[in-house]
Design a protein around this ligand. Sequence first.
Ligand code: SF4
Length: 323
Amino acid sequence: MSTAPAPAPALEALGLAKHYPIRQGWHRPPRTVRALDDVSFVLPPGRTLAVVGESGCGKTTLARQLTLIERPSAGTLRIGGASPGDDEASLRRLRRRIQMVFQNPFASLNPRKTVSAILEEPLTIAGELDAAARGERVLELLGRVGLSAEQARRYPHMFSGGQRQRIAIARAMALEPAVIVADEPVSALDVSIQAQVLNLFMDLQERHGTAYVFVSHDLAVVEHMAHEVLVMYLGRTVELAPAAALFAAPAHPYTRALLATRPRLDARVRRTVVPIRGEPPSPLDPPAGCAFHPRCPEAVPRCRDERPALRALGDRRVACHLA
Ligand code: SF4
């Protein structure tokens, strides 16, 4: 009996890095900020990878590499099995396979265009449908995100924040991408609306098999949405684990500290958690050894000198000497 080959991962990152040179005046040599270093993961179709960490940890830099807004300094990226080449035509081809939903639906939609024009724009650029087919597709996209045909002629300012984010999701879905990268997609919305938009994301994933990379600082959102979680600290992966396992038993001290910052009702858990202390160090001057050691409540002398490798531990990977 022949078995069908497994589908290609929706997204694969292998050793992705992004380094920025920083000039410090004419007489001093430029320095390098390692905003992203050696980040790897595999995201299958129809699954959600959440990327978490404090601000400045490299989440947004990673999102910019994944969506081909920037090119990485090193590493390999594959979208639906294909790697972007250096020519503009190949980048354009792959960009339609990976779309982005931004944090602020008030800024991400052109206020001078109707919803219909906003949704039609990527279809026109792709150049595959005639005007009548594009019109039908716009109505179908509106229906997907729970908006009506009458709303197609309205302008973004005539919608609430939640409705605008629905329009942004419809636009991201217009070209049937393999992956949507959503950068804090509900943090600008009222709490009462957040659940509706998250449920829409999940519903669309179930129906269309789209994979998501969810960049978020909100661990309640991550727990609700993610199949797998990538925890970043100072541009590097410190833990990559299935979401249920990570929330049940975080293996890295930084993950434990992050989880400790979310409100818990369980008094037993509250007594045992360790709150995160201090500020993240500057990426221009990262600490030697484990970058987390100045803030780590479990640090041992070895942590000051030796950077821990990212090691496999069962179904997760952890970068900690003590894990
Ligand atoms: Fe803490 Fe050391 Fe583990 Fe780093 S390697 S997280 S400093 S225990």
